[in-house]
Design a protein around this ligand. Structure first.
Ligand SMILES: [Zn+2]
Length: 316
């Protein structure tokens, strides 16, 4: 790699605090520092304190600094002492995310290059990005980290890693088979945006591309065929027809199952669980038709697996 790795390693007498377990890495967890310190300063600070908080590498605009070798675990993922992130992944901090700007842009670029380098070193394929073994702190435990990378678009960052990976491994994005799952194609941009937003509020990441005058809404680009088919099935169960051009596979959205109800008030909360303390996945609209499969704990269970408090919709 053209950029050498500077090592400022955690001393062995602190292994019990910072990296108590041996590790054979299975993936990577991506972080932003939420700070404006350099990679050297981040690693020095991490090693210098006695908190059970640690990570392997910090990357800034021109330097990669390692604090913990990759054959030991580190405490960065917030997914418990036995969690996949904390016990099986390399924790990488991208510097200068607090203020952003040019230094952060460069740090992200170097981090993408470095992650591709590690993937090649360990013989990992791009499927590890699809299945989130290479993922974010957010994937591990829900924390909004890497905050600025997420704000700027995580798929954009994964695409940067992929491009670096193609360069390093001699494959390229045109020859590698990529399976894209497409849910809609529209002449009108607003309609594409509307569908994309609707899918986003239901927890599906989308991106919009314009091809041949059509605005297409895609839900992922996969190197692993099975991962593409899994997404297709998920969309089908949610009622969305979809198409995978690479497989010439066209899937009809499943007919809505359940009893028809109509929302009777303005914007009631649709929740992830049958509990008022669970997260709100979207707001329903007065007059909207929903399909109810059963009633659980005072909540109507909708056909897509979400919940609405009894009383906000009437059977029709
Ligand atoms: Zn983090």
């Amino acid at each position: 790699m053209s950029v050498p790795i500077t090592k400022i390693l955690c001393p062995e007498n602190k292994f019990n605090i910072k990296c108590p377990y041996s590790m054979k890495p299975q993936g990577i967890t991506i972080h932003n520092t939420a700070n404006d310190a350099s990679a050297k300063a981040e690693i020095s600070y991490m090693i210098g304190n006695n908190n059970e908080v640690s990570f392997h590498d910090a990357v800034d605009d021109y330097r990669i600094v390692r604090g913990i070798e990759h054959n030991r675990n580190a405490w960065h993922a917030g997914d418990s002492a036995t969690g996949f992130g904390n016990r099986n992944t390399i924790g990488i901090e991208i510097c200068y995310s607090l203020s952003g700007g040019d230094r952060f842009i460069k740090a992200e670029k170097l981090a993408a290059k470095y992650i591709a380098y590690l993937m090649k070193q360990y013989g990992w394929g791009l499927d590890r990005i699809d299945d989130k073994r290479i993922g974010t702190h957010q994937d591990r435990s829900g924390k909004y980290c890497p905050h600025r990378t997420l704000d700027m678009g995580i798929n954009r960052f994964y695409e940067m890693i992929k491009q670096e990976y193609y360069k390093l491994t001699g494959t390229n994005s045109n020859t590698a088979e990529i399976y894209r799952v497409q849910t809609g194609a529209f002449f009108n941009k607003e309609n594409a945006d509307k569908l994309a937003l609707e899918l986003n509020t239901k927890g599906i990441d989308t991106y919009r591309v314009k091809i041949d005058d059509l605005y297409k809404v895609q839900c992922g680009a996969y190197l692993n065929k099975q991962n593409a088919i899994n997404m297709s099935n998920k969309l089908k169960l949610m009622g969305y027809s979809n198409f995978i051009p690479g497989l010439n596979l066209s899937v009809e959205g499943e007919k809505q199952k359940g009893t028809k109800y109509k929302i009777n008030c303005d914007y009631p909360n649709i929740r992830s669980q049958a509990s008022l303390s669970s997260s709100v996945t979207r707001l329903a609209t007065k007059g909207e038709i929903i399909y109810v499969t059963c009633i659980v704990n005072g909540f109507l269970k909708l056909s897509d697996g979400t919940y609405l408090k009894v009383g906000f919709a009437d059977k029709i």
